[in-house]
Design a protein around this ligand. Structure first.
Ligand code: HEM
Length: 347
């Protein structure tokens, strides 16, 4: 996956699934994952800088504050769904804050991200294309409007400062264009991973107790959850030329699905790979790809997931996972648990 000739998926080769119409196409065109050199590297770097504008400390303290605010209501309600009511509430609020958007718009940002994310199913549901397209157009207009206000008001956030203008020929025209393309990753990717982390802990009571008794394990625990149950199973890559590897050749010009999640379960990569064990020696999972195209959002996702679990453990005496049929959504590139029904007992 680090090979420089593994380039972006060739969208024109897609034979199945929804096509990218105007609004969606514009969104994809501005996402670094679909770019090749010479545009890819500087855009990747600009996106990385955009996310790094808030220091890890500021991010952690905001995520922690948001997690506690959300829990204030959830603990009162007692019976809640930790996927939608907590993990996605947190990821959408965090993204709204990072954009400098009003926090009350978080629910709308989440609805748009979900509509776009539904396209990652291998057999998208009827009407999915239209909903995704509408969401792409609306979220684009929203962020353009936000950018215009920020430009006028000069508020410091990721749509302002030096990122307003991105100087990459052939790349996104400004920070707003780039950030509009990242909303899905930031909300569904990070929120889905937080949900999966919480679910891994709750469905492995021994591991849950270990995290409760030794909060220092939470960081390692997130890493283990990202190996064991990543929210994104893989992505397509298209070799620029034939790439020989051991006794196979990855042929040029063919889209290849890189299933990082499967690699994580390879016993040569991780001993006892099918065990979720937050105490295994820390190693970096394959889930975020690697090399010049490695995920730029993994720290954001990690900080959020850690803050979510830390706050949940601090605020509760017990968390009872209620009987349910786990719903992992339609088969596709995303895999996030959609229902974590629990009964919370506060301290
Ligand atoms: C735990 C959640 C996430 C997972 C599992 C994940 C996974 C990945 C993977 C596998 C890649 C491709 C790497 C490669 O091809 O070598 C990627 C790329 C990327 N990710 Fe993530 N991601 C997550 C969260 C995020 C978040 C929160 C953001 C941004 C806010 C983000 C932004 C990106 C971008 C922009 C790229 C494209 C990088 C490039 O091609 O230059 N991701 N991610």
């Amino acid at each position: 996956m680090r090979h420089p000739d593994f380039q972006a998926q060739d969208r024109s080769l897609r034979k199945t699934g929804p096509s990218a119409d105007g609004a969606l196409s514009r969104l994809f065109d501005n996402h670094p994952v679909f770019m090749n050199e010479p545009v890819h590297r500087p855009t990747h770097q600009a996106a990385f800088r955009a996310l790094a504008i808030h220091s890890p400390d500021a991010l952690l303290s905001h995520c922690t504050q948001f997690a506690h605010e959300i829990l204030d209501t959830l603990i009162e309600k007692q019976e809640v769904d930790l996927t939608n009511d907590y993990a996605f509430a947190l990821s959408s609020r965090t993204w709204a804050w990072m954009l400098g958007a009003p926090l009350q718009d978080a629910g709308q940002l989440l609805a748009w991200a979900n509509a776009i994310g539904a396209l990652l199913a291998f057999s998208p549901a009827p009407g999915c294309q239209e909903r995704a397209s509408e969401a792409a157009a609306n979220s684009w207009a929203y962020i353009e409007g936000l950018n215009a206000q920020k430009n006028a008001g000069g508020v410091f956030d990721i749509t302002s400062a030096e990122l307003r203008k991105i100087d990459v020929e052939g790349g996104p025209k400004d920070a707003a264009a780039l950030l509009a393309s990242l909303a899905f990753d930031a909300i569904d990717g990070a929120g889905g991973m937080t949900a999966n982390f919480i679910y891994c802990l709750l469905s492995n009571p021994g591991q849950f107790d270990a995290a409760r008794n030794t909060p220092l394990l939470i960081s390692n625990g997130w890493q283990e959850a990202a190996r064991f149950a990543p929210s994104l199973l893989g992505l397509f890559r298209c070799p620029a030329q034939d790439i020989p590897y051991e006794d196979v050749v990855f042929p040029a010009g063919v889209n290849i699905l890189m299933l990082y999640a499967a690699g994580n379960r390879d016993p040569d990569f991780t001993p006892a790979p099918n065990e979720f064990n937050i105490q295994r020696p820390a190693s970096f999972p394959l889930s975020f790809g690697g090399g010049p195209r490695a995920c730029i959002g993994r720290s954001l996702a990690k900080i959020q997931g850690q803050a979510a679990v830390q706050a949940l453990l601090e605020r509760t005496k017990s968390i009872e996972l209620l009987p349910h049929q786990p719903d992992w959504g339609p088969t596709g590139l995303m895999r996030a648990i959609r229902n974590i029904p629990v009964k919370l007992t506060g301290n």
